[in-house]
Design a protein around this ligand. Sequence first.
Ligand code: PLP
Length: 362
Amino acid sequence: MSALTPRPGIMKIAPYVPGKDSVDGKETIAKLSSNEGALGPSPKAMAAYAKIASELHRYPDGGSEKLRVAIGRRFGLDAQRIVCGSGSDELLNLLIRAYCGPGDELLYSQHGFLMYPINALGVGATPVAAPENNYRADVDAMLAKVTNKTRIVCLANPNNPTGTYVTKDEVRRLHAGLPKDVLLVIDAAYAEYVSRNDYESGVELVDQAENVVMTRTFSKIYGLGGLRLGWMYAPAAVVDVMSRFRQPFNVNLAAQAAGIAALEDIAHTDASRTNNDIWLPWLSAELTKLGLAPLPSVGNFLLVGFGAKDRAAAANTWMMNDGLIPRMVAGYGLPEHLRITIGTETEVKAVRDSLARFVAAK
Ligand SMILES: *Cc1c(COP(=O)(O)O)cnc(C)c1O
């Protein structure tokens, strides 16, 4: 036994288990375990990445200035109120470290993204999960869990792994019910995929309130997960806190270059969204016909119910045997489900065929 003792909370963390990326002894037909974006990165982002190779000895721009300006231009936002990070994971971690500590509570929704409770435990705070209603965040249940110890409320919208979303009116009601000294973090990692009139990503609320932050990522629709790049839009006071607190060169040179190019390639982003608009409803309908229970999703993935824990595990093994890699989500309290990323036409059809054979056999 080591005599070293980490700070309280850390040993309570069940380490985050990333989606698998290969099957032993099998050729991988499709990795559908991490929602990485069906079409991969933009060719323009790849070219920008390659072009920066001869500059790798240079430190990156510590303030990610050009990237922030490009994000601001693309989304119509003030670049001064944008902070970039090494993935939105870094920004979530920084926000939680800055505003939450021992004795505090971080509130999230029952099947919310796991990095929220992991980060809360990491700072010695208590993660508090509010029950969901039919796999959707329940604003009233969340508000009922707010105490005078609550410092941060994290809401993934749309949520991973459920794929469900909360309407703009509900998000506003959640915000209106929070004390002014509680930070609402809206994690909109999948916002680019959503086309619903009653959805908003969080920009509007950030503009209206002093205690709301929205985080976004280049890991999903932009297909740059390997580079680690995310951003947040925040009130000036939160931007100030982040600029004191973050590492001075937190976003690497290649990520900044590729990120700018990815933003400029609107045709590629549109193609990725169109791929999802076609194959998400298609796969959902096909799996429903097979008697499986995909939840209504607005992300680039489906959470599929198999009715029983053993059956979900068997389906996972079955798909892996076919070279298809889904994501087990028992760690999210969802042992009867698998999460499956929407891939290309070939990939989603392979999923349908594999699960059709599974249903026929089991
Ligand atoms: C993928 C994901 C992230 C993390 O994205 P990175 O920018 O790659 O760190 C954050 N939140 C949710 C809900 C996600 O699904």
